[in-house]
Ligand binder design. Sequence first.
Ligand SMILES: Nc1nc(=O)c2c([nH]1)NC[C@@H]1CN(c3ccc(C(=O)N[C@@H](CCC(=O)O)C(=O)O)cc3)C=[N+]21
Ligand SMILES: [Mg+2]
Length: 285
Amino acid sequence: MSAQRLDGKARAARLLGEVEQRVGACTERGVRPCLAVVLVGDDPASQVYVRSKEKRAAEIGIEARDHRLPATTTTDELLALVAALNADRTVDGILVQLPLPPQCDTQRILLAVDPAKDVDGFHPDNLGRLMLGQPRFVACTPQGCMLLLADAGLPLAGARALVIGRSTIVGKPMTQLLVHADATVTTAHSRTRDLAAEVARADVVVAAIGRPEFVRGEWIKPGAVVIDVGMNRLADGRLVGDVEFSAAEARASAITPVPGGVGPMTIACLLNNVVLAAERRAGLS
Ligand SMILES: Nc1nc(=O)c2c([nH]1)NC[C@@H]1CN(c3ccc(C(=O)N[C@@H](CCC(=O)O)C(=O)O)cc3)C=[N+]21
Ligand SMILES: [Mg+2]
């Protein structure tokens, strides 16, 4: 038996179609949804990623304003830009592409973003609201994972879910979303003693480790749903996830591919957050 492929590309296209409708409703009210993207330095992967976000945005009528700064940019210079974007009434969402160069104080900069424009959902205010079960913006990757999980059709209530990874961007918010969906959630990480045993009893596995094919297919419980957040570029140029895909696919009931799984959902959810912010400005929500 082979698993259902959770097609993130197709699901993202469907979500973007819905977002496009809502962009239209905002625009009719004179509010053109606008995302400001701040990119510091010239990391090629970040440039590719930012370009793909801006392309998707343009396709559905969201304006993307690019702010590219040199790799030598200081914290104060970034804080000044963020302050200007906060004050700009035509900007709905602000995305500061991570990682920032080492001389930049990332926490201070993320804290400076107006929480009402924090479409990444990285501000402590938004993370705290998520923990309270009253989210404003849900971080894009976990939001996308929840949509893909819904497609798998497995009831989350009472299910054993394992989140591997405890980052602020993925693991922690993912754990919260699963708890609020009434799953029984375990958060595993680099210090977890017996990861294989944790994986073996999980009905849902969300892998966000950042190591190629670290989760072995044979660990997966037969019938489990596997969401692979990993995106690892190998020396030969191939992109693989954190899960050993083909062996996991033989055991899982549903699994996300890499590429074409979580990645496209992250971008679609970002634009979903931008239109949410614009709807608030337009008085539509
Ligand atoms: N403030 C901020 N917010 C982010 O959301 C953020 C960030 N910084 N920094 C970098 C990471 C990375 N990230 C990706 C999202 C989608 C794909 C994506 O669409 N990947 C394609 C494959 C792309 C390829 O082939 O290289 C896929 O999975 O199918 C990739 C990477 C968002 N990030
Ligand atoms: Mg993917």
